[in-house]
Design a protein around this ligand. Structure first.
Ligand code: B1M
Length: 213
């Protein structure tokens, strides 16, 4: 078995208490919150995915790791979202598409967007097309719509939302950003989105570009 750093291993083990303890220790030593996530915790979740695929982990184990990750995200949120009170960089509506309940990556994207000064309306998970549309309609002017999907069967929902925006005459004032592990650049282009980002930091860069375009 690979030898992981202690924090990564604690995520893999789904040991929420240990994860929080280690994060606090590292923060005390001056660690950068985003690096704790990117360099230690996310690799832990990716390994969990691998164990799931290999049949070593089942839903209960995966949920335990997700819970440990969520606890750490809650602790880190105020640090990641620092800057949310400055002048708005733009307005983002974000959610995991209908049928998809994965939210760790989407939450991370939302947190970093807030940290970069965007106003974020997070609609949560398994969001219906109508709910995305209602949130867009409720806001005047430019809106960035962020769609997240983690499982292949829900990818089609992204196309459904984009089509619905067109049909409702809203496409012109909405920039659509799509993301999640199975989303490729080719797919993002094919469905007529305005772009994709492979991780939360890249999502912030893309949102800034879309806001200016
Ligand atoms: Co599920 N799951 N899961 N799961 N799960 C995956 C995604 C999977 C790859 C695991 C595997 O088999 N190796 C596989 C999908 C295969 C596929 O279709 N391609 C899978 C499956 C099959 C399933 C179920 C169908 C299992 C079942 O029931 N038999 C089921 C589906 C439920 C549903 O949604 N309807 C299911 C359920 C679950 C749990 C509930 C147990 C749990 C989710 C808990 C939660 O999120 N609250 C879970 C988890 C935790 C995972 C893995 C292990 C980890 C996901 C994660 O949190 N990664 C995952 C394995 C993997 O991803 N390799 C897996 C860490 C997170 C920080 O990364 O989410 O990729 P990620 O987000 C990144 C980028 O993708 C990007 O930035 C983020 C931050 O860097 N990004 C965006 C994400 N959204 C973005 C939006 C953007 C831009 C960038 O713009 C808008």
């Amino acid at each position: 078995m690979a030898d992981f750093p202690e924090l990564t291993q604690a995520v893999i083990n789904g040991n929420a208490k240990k994860v929080l303890e280690l994060v606090n220790i590292e923060l005390g030593k001056g660690a950068i919150p985003q690096s704790l996530l990117t360099d230690y915790m996310i690799p832990g979740m990716l390994h969990v995915g691998q164990l799931m695929q290999e049949g070593e982990y089942f839903i209960p184990e995966v949920l335990r790791s997700a819970k440990a990750m969520r606890g750490a995200l809650e602790l880190l949120e105020p640090m990641l979202a620092k800057g949310a009170d400055r002048k708005s960089e733009g307005y983002v509506v974000i959610g995991s598409v209908d049928g998809d309940i994965h939210d760790i990556g989407k939450n991370l994207v939302a947190m970093l967007l807030k940290g970069a000064g965007f106003e974020v309306n997070d609609l949560g998970v398994s969001v219906k097309t109508e709910t995305f549309l209602d949130a867009v309609k409720a806001r005047d002017g430019k809106v960035i719509l962020g769609l997240s999907a983690l499982i292949t069967p829900t990818l089609d929902e992204m196309q459904i939302v984009i089509n619905a925006l067109k049909e409702a005459g809203l496409r012109e004032r909405v920039k659509v950003m799509v993301g999640g592990a199975p989303v490729t650049r080719e797919f993002a282009e094919e469905i007529g989105s305005d772009g994709t980002a492979e991780d939360a930091a890249a999502a912030v860069t893309l949102a800034k570009q879309l806001q200016l375009s």
